[in-house]
Design a protein around this ligand. Structure first.
Ligand code: SF4
Ligand code: SF4
Length: 92
């Protein structure tokens, strides 16, 4: 799927596909830049699939997840701001 800028230049939206839970440090940077309420921070509960040893930062008590994937407009801002390169994207 393609889109156009206000000036009419074509560009290809990059929609959020996933956030790597192993790398995420729960910093919230991506949440702050998303204007579409796509993301949400969750606690790393005891029922999580991973042990603390599996996380990059064992002090990270929360991680970002994709709550409303169908609301994503594909701006890519979340991936640009993430210091841990957690995001993967798809074009449609
Ligand atoms: S690509 Fe844009 S709209 Fe989609 S989750 Fe990231 S910041 Fe939000
Ligand atoms: S910016 Fe990256 S490391 Fe920070 S909460 Fe979002 S996904 Fe996790």
């Amino acid at each position: 799927m393609s889109a156009v800028t206000r000036g009419g230049t074509p560009w290809t939206p990059q929609y959020v596909e996933a956030i790597n839970p192993k790398n995420c440090i729960g910093c919230g940077r991506c949440y702050k830049v998303c204007t579409r309420d796509v993301l949400t921070l969750v606690d790393r509960g005891e029922d999580d699939d991973m042990d603390e040893d599996d996380w990059d930062d064992e002090d990270a008590k929360a991680m970002m997840t994709v709550k409303n994937p169908l609301d994503c407009i594909g701006c890519g801002a979340c991936g640009r701001t993430c210091p841990k390169e957690c995001f993967t994207f798809v074009t449609a």
